[in-house]
Design a protein around this ligand. Structure first.
Ligand code: GLY
Length: 368
């Protein structure tokens, strides 16, 4: 059966095929065989995803005459560690993997990041396929080549830009996502609307509540629209020195909130939703968003807010966590602010007063 990529990422010197279709998981052997002649692969996933999809993936590969072995990691952020990388490498040496063995990582952003980093560094790089199973994975983290692990000094501090050999997006697998995970993923979808696509933002306004409740699935064309935006930005700025910063809309404060909550309280997209409201408030006060645009953005983000009983009491609880991002970026804190809906700009002159006002607004909204 022939399969064709829906999209291509154009990284200097190479193209990354992105396959998008319902049921692609069962056609994995054909997709992989469209790129690789040597039918040997190592599937890596985590316990949660394995329970849902592991058997199906392995059955499809074996039926397609692939020699496939599977490794199942524990689920959770703790796998983004040097220990996981060491144990994967050790196992791969034992199994005598060579540079033609294809690594297929099936799961969300956490497993994608860790296994991607293990693949990037084993024998100086094995061919890697990202098969994301969450909305965040399908529209963001599996695309663009950022792989890595955490360090005791912070998240994602050890890593690389390592473009996958290909990406497989099967929207059908999202059907089993819990509602909170869906809501979190939609934070990234809304983000793409605000930063680059006013039509997508309007679609989010119409449908976000149905997507969250599961009454409607996120259309494949919408996932593809997001993936296309990401691929375009990565093609223009693979190593995150300019345009790619736009993807950080809502993330400056979002990361600080996640840190405040010890990465347990908030789901990533929930913190980003609050961060988007804060950034929009700053843009509104600066005259870069009209009141009606600001209110529209607030309305969509509010649907994505976490349903938490405990939020930070004081601004300073959160603002102290802004500083680890600052350390990474030559001492400057960058904010991505909307400039109308569908466009953003990066600013470095945000004052502590603006930060306080924006944070107060974003936190108060969750109590209304
Ligand atoms: N998730 C932001 C980026 O890939 O640059």
């Amino acid at each position: 059966m022939s399969v064709r990529p829906a999209l291509f990422g154009a990284i200097p010197g190479r193209r990354v095929p992105v396959f998008v279709d319902d049921g692609l998981l069962d056609r994995l052997p054909d997709v992989l065989a469209s790129v690789h002649a040597h039918r040997v692969c190592e599937v890596v996933t985590d316990r949660n995803v394995d329970a849902l999809l592991g058997r199906r993936v392995m059955a499809a590969l074996r039926k397609g005459k692939w020699r496939a072995h599977k490794t199942v990691l524990p689920a959770g952020e703790q796998i983004k560690s040097a220990r996981t990388i060491r144990s994967l490498h050790e196992a791969w040496f034992e199994q005598k993997l060579d540079r033609y063995t294809v690594i297929v990582v099936v799961g969300g952003g956490t497993v994608g990041d860790a296994v991607g980093y293990a693949a990037a560094t084993f024998l100086r790089g094995l061919p890697l396929w990202q098969v994301p199973t969450t909305i965040i994975g399908q529209v963001d983290s599996a695309i663009g080549g950022k792989v890595g692990i955490n360090h005791k000094r912070g998240k994602n501090l050890i890593g690389a830009f390592y473009q996958p050999a290909g990406i497989i997006i099967d929207p059908q697998v999202l059907e089993s996502l819990p509602p909170r995970e869906r809501r979190s993923g939609l934070g990234e979808v809304v983000k793409y609307g605000v930063i680059a696509d006013a039509g997508l933002f309007r679609q989010c306004e119409r449908s976000v509540n149905e997507w969250i409740s599961g009454a409607e699935s996120v259309p494949t064309s919408t996932l593809q629209r997001c993936a296309r935006i990401k691929l375009k930005m990565v093609a223009a700025d693979e190593t995150d020195r300019g345009l790619r910063h736009h993807l950080n809309f809502g993330h400056t404060l979002g990361h600080a909130l996640e840190r405040w909550g010890g990465y347990r309280r908030f789901k990533h997209g929930e913190a980003v939703a609050m961060g988007m409201v804060a950034a929009a408030w700053m843009a509104y006060k600066r005259g870069d968003l009209t009141e009606s645009e600001f209110k529209r953005l607030e309305e969509v983000c509010r649907s994505l807010y976490p349903r938490l009983s405990t939020l930070p009491d004081r601004n300073s609880d959160v603002t102290q966590h802004l500083h680890s991002d600052k350390k990474r970026m030559a001492g400057t804190l960058r904010w991505v602010l909307p400039h109308g809906l569908g466009r953003v700009r990066v600013v470095e002159d945000v004052t502590p007063r603006e930060i306080n006002g924006a944070l107060r607004y974003a936190l108060t909204l969750s109590r209304r």
